[in-house]
Design a protein around this ligand. Structure first.
Ligand code: SF4
Length: 292
């Protein structure tokens, strides 16, 4: 009753042009053409559901000139026209480093620009499709922030693929240097026998450790836990949290800071975001590792 209604919607079909070794999405060189009515129909449906927060994500479409950026952006703008209150997160591909595509989405009216680096620098080639790499991904996140400093940027890392503590730390440092606001860390789970094996089940204590490190480094929000996943969830409203009288440490402090100040002096660092959005937007919780 008091929760935040959220949903994750996958755009542009169910078939990806890439083949990351952790992901079980279908792949093909030439998936079906885009449905030109999808942005309109999706926006119409989402608006009718009365959601508070929606994550729009997609497969990679390297077969399309702009990677589907226009399609993504149209979905957001159609949705915001119908319901300006709904919070929209776009979890996007890297668009092969095409920053014009990134910009198109960043300027579409969204609230959170998410793109996942997936793993530490050293394991990129082992884990992701060869067309992906961390520098390209950092550029996506950096560019989204540069063109819209008022939105939040967000990324996700899977643990348990054989990465070392030093590699994790260094990757988090690079993310902060790229201006990334929100971070999620979750346990990698092997989707089928044909996919990468789990090298380690990271203990809950280690996840807590990384959450602390994220906070110390100045991420606006760090969600870290074995079950944390990358594209589902979301935000909770200040109203909802007040109703529940929920006090969960830092999260609560974030809520109040965002709601009652115009210059949002965050517990860890300042962020510059529209006040109306800030008062509604409390924390990004969890993330999923199936797509992006
Ligand atoms: S993680 Fe994304 S780019 Fe990689 S195969 Fe899955 S859907 Fe495609």
């Amino acid at each position: 009753e008091h929760g935040t209604a959220t949903a994750t919607i996958m755009l542009m079909g169910d078939t990806c042009t890439r083949g990351c070794r952790f992901c079980s999405v279908k792949t093909a060189r030439q998936p079906s053409p885009l449905d030109p009515d999808e942005p309109y129909n999706t926006a119409k449906a989402i608006a009718a559901w009365g959601l508070d927060y929606v994550v729009l994500t997609s497969v990679d479409r390297d077969d399309i000139a702009d990677g589907g950026a226009e399609h993504f952006a149209k979905t957001v703008s159609n949705l915001k026209e119908r319901n300006s209150q709904i919070m929209v997160e776009c979890l996007t591909p890297d668009f092969r480093g095409d920053l014009a595509a990134v910009e198109k989405i960043a300027q579409s009216g969204l609230d959170v620009y998410a793109h996942n680096v997936e793993t530490v620098r050293e394991l990129q080639r082992h884990v992701r499709d060869p067309r992906a790499n961390i520098d390209q991904s950092l550029n996506v996140l950096r560019h989204a922030k540069a063109v819209r400093p008022d939105i939040l940027t967000k990324t996700s890392i899977m643990l348990g693929l054989g990465e070392t503590d030093r590699q994790i730390y260094n990757t988090l440092t690079e993310l902060r240097e790229a201006g990334v606001d929100c971070l999620t860390l979750g346990q990698y789970m092997q989707p089928t026998k044909r996919h990468l094996k789990v090298e380690e089940y990271v203990t809950p204590e280690r996840f807590v450790h990384w959450e602390e490190v994220g906070k110390e480094m100045g991420f606006v929000y760090t969600a870290s836990g074995p079950l944390v996943r990358s594209s589902y969830k979301a935000g909770e409203t200040h109203r909802d949290r007040d109703t529940r009288g929920d006090t969960r440490g830092d999260t609560r402090r974030h809520t109040e800071t965002h709601t009652h100040t115009h210059t949002h002096t965050h517990t860890h660092r300042d962020i510059n975001m529209d006040t109306t959005n800030q008062s509604r937007f409390i924390h990004l919780l969890i993330n999923m590792n199936s797509v992006h």
